[in-house]
Design a protein. Structure first.
Length: 657
């Protein structure tokens, strides 16, 4: 505020007439109070003041002055310093300090004094609110000039005050805005130290402001992000704004994600620091993370599910295609996504599907259809069509879940066939039983007859033939029974070569007769096998006899055994594998090979079928019994053969209970 005394000597009386008239008009609205104990002074003052156009009031001492001020509210007071009852100085003090005079406190006051300047403590008087000094004696022009100028000064003062108030208000507003902003705001100096942090950021960190002021901002940041945050700060110091994400650590040791916008503060052409406006995006981050996880989860379910899954939009364009769908239909996901279904399927297939896809039913369960895959393979598909609904319950597309049920179809056909075979078997075994009795009768009669005919009689030979043929038929029937009515295996632990030796003892003569050498080889630590002795014996007999039959010109029969860990998939009669894997187990791996005629590719498919035989005297039951026994032991049998070179049967025999 201007506290310098004003000695203004310019006279405004010399203004052009119009302006002078305006000035006088203005003056006529103002009341001047002259306070002096000197009557002459009052009289002169009154004359000068009224002549200039101002209104005039007078008082004779300080007390009267204050009273008049309150009552008449003069616009300006000319106050004598030295007065009885109450001096000018005391008036100023009262005005400044007494609450009673508050309404008139702002009235501009000009002190009139006859004293020399240095005898009065001017500084003190100005501090009490004095506007100007006028030293007596003064001229009339001088007085009016001072009064005019004090008014101008007063006006300026008022405006100044108003301006200051406004500035303060805006400052408050901004401060308030920054303090209580929902954003986190902080200011850094050129060294990256906190100059300011707003209330929001304080609340987030859990510390009071003082903890941060003057500290490097990195002390707030998670160690892993400090380097990155610092680089961004340094970029900002070159005058560029940065947006980045950093993690900060709160008092409770919680990590929050701040999306931060760092802006340089320019001062006199250089960057003096940075102001950051940040937002806590932790919640958003968590949500994003959750959404990502959910998406992954969904994706992995869709991808890993055994069914083919395909989604279509309302225009029947493919929007997704999982890996089972790829497997079944032979297309890769990126070959079909975005394409209309019509382009992917062959015309007839699409036309068969279309009415189902356009159907308005809620869900179409368990339909079946034959489709042609990319590689022109026919697959039998079981499928379900479900509308895809968005969260506002509007239809946005179609979900098709499907499976390749070709194999199941084939199995069904197989089961039906087996069923027929089984009932045929039951019938046949009934007949076989009926045949055995009369056969036994024939045999007994033939034997009795043989005994009665003398030795050397050529008729005996006929009877011997009858008995041999009856024996053969009986043998056949026994074999048939063990196929038709197998008994469950009674299993114990045995050494493999124990069983093999029993078998080779039985077949020794037959092998020698056919010029066949037998070789066996067992791995030293071969585990015991857990099997039914008699059944495995029968398996070996059947395999050995087949091998001997296959080498009419002689050859080598070889048995090799070692141990192996395997996961067996069940094999059906025709060498097809059904996907029923069991756990990996320890087996004895037994290979029986011959150097015989071998089996043709075509026959290889059929050798395990009951009644399949290529031998004139064969029953075709040997291998089907072998197969059945191995299956009941939960073992495995495989065959490899090269025509003209030989055949190898591979058995996996269980070693565990
Ligand atoms: P069978 O011996 O009474 O014919 P099998 O079921 O034991 O009945 O055998 C079926 C058919 O499999 C045989 O007729 C033969 O054609 C073929 N076969 C089996 N083992 C061999 C082998 N080691 N070498 C060549 N062919 C074989």
């Amino acid at each position: 505020m201007a506290k310098r005394p004003l000695y203004i000597t310019d006279s405004r009386e010399q203004l052009p007439p119009e302006e002078l008239a305006m000035l006088r008009k203005e003056r006529s609205t103002k009341i001047i109070l002259l306070v002096d104990d000197d009557e002459d002074m009052l009289e002169i003052g009154r004359k000068i003041i009224t002549a200039s156009g101002y209104q005039f009031l007078s008082a004779r001492n300080g007390r009267e002055c204050l009273k008049t001020m309150l009552e008449k509210r003069p616009h300006l007071v000319l106050l004598d310093l030295m007065m009885p009852i109450m001096s000018g100085h005391e008036v100023l003090k009262e005005l400044a300090n007494n609450i009673q005079y508050r309404p008139v406190r702002e009235t501009p006051i000009i002190m009139l004094t006859a004293k020399m300047e240095n005898q009065v403590n001017r500084q003190e008087l100005f501090e009490l609110g004095l506007s100007a000094f006028l030293v007596k004696p003064f001229g009339s022009k001088e007085l009016i000039n001072v009064i005019d100028n004090v008014f101008i000064l007063d006006e300026l003062k008022k405006r100044n005050k108003e301006l200051e108030r406004k500035i303060r208000q805006t400052e408050y507003k901004y401060q308030d805005l920054i303090e209580n902003a929902t954003d986190l705001i902080f200011i850094l100096n050129e060294k990256g130290r906190f100059l300011f942090i707003n209330r929001r950021l304080m609340a987030l960190t859990g510390y009071i402001r003082d903890r941060w002021l003057g500290k490097d901002f990195r002390s707030l940041v998670l160690p892993e992000d400090q380097e990155m945050a610092w680089q961004n700060f340094q970029k900002t110091m070159t005058g560029r704004s940065r947006i980045f994400e950093m993690r900060v650590v709160t008092k409770e040791n919680k990590v929050r994600y701040l999306s931060t916008n760092l802006n340089p503060i320019f001062e006199e052409g250089r960057v003096s620091g940075a102001v950051a406006i940040a937002r806590d995006v932790t919640q958003q981050k968590k949500l994003e993370q959750q959404i990502r996880e959910l998406k992954n989860f969904n994706e992995s379910i869709i991808q890993s599910i055994g069914s083919g899954l395909m989604t279509l939009d309302l225009n029947l364009k493919i929007t997704s295609f999982n890996s089972s769908a790829e497997e079944i239909l032979g297309y890769k996901e990126d070959q079909v996504v975005g394409k209309p279904l019509e382009e992917i399927l062959v015309k007839e297939d699409f036309e068969k599907l279309l009415p189902i896809l356009n159907g308005n039913e809620q869900s179409l369960m368990n339909r079946e259809i034959d489709l042609t895959t990319k590689n022109n393979r026919k697959v039998h598909i079981g499928f379900t069509v479900t509308p895809r609904i968005d969260n506002r319950n509007r239809r946005v597309g179609t979900i098709i879940a499907f499976r390749d049920i070709s194999q199941i179809k084939q199995m069904q056909a197989e089961v039906i066939r087996m069923d027929r075979l089984a009932s045929l078997g039951v019938l046949a075994s009934g007949i076989a039983h009926e045949i055995r009795n009369p056969l036994a009768g024939i045999k007994t009669v033939a034997q009795t007859l043989e005994e009665e005919i003398e030795e050397g009689d050529p008729k005996r030979e006929y009877l011997a033939r009858i008995i041999r043929q009856v024996n053969r038929m009986d043998e056949l029937l026994r074999a048939f029974f063990s196929y038709a009515r197998p008994r469950p295996p009674v299993r114990k632990f045995y050494r493999l070569h124990e069983i093999v030796h029993e078998v080779t003892a039985l077949l020794k003569q037959r092998m020698e007769k056919n010029n066949i050498t037998f070789h066996e080889n067992y791995e030293p630590d071969l585990p015991l096998i857990f099997v039914d002795f008699h059944q495995i014996q029968q398996v070996l007999i059947n395999l050995f006899i087949n091998a001997i039959d296959a080498m009419p010109e002689g050859g080598e029969l070889r048995l090799e055994a070692k141990q192996t860990y395997e996961t067996i998939q069940r094999v059906d009669r025709r060498g097809r594998r059904f996907p029923v894997p069991t756990r990996s187990m320890l087996y004895a791996d037994v290979r029986i090979s011959d150097t015989g005629m071998g089996i043709s590719k075509e026959n290889l498919q059929k050798i395990f079928d009951p009644f399949f035989t290529t031998k004139s005297q064969g029953s075709g039951l040997g291998l089907s019994i072998v197969y059945r026994i191995i299956e009941e032991h939960r073992g495995d049998i495989q065959v490899e053969s090269v025509e003209g070179q030989g055949t190898t049967f591979r058995l996996l025999l269980p070693t565990e209970e």
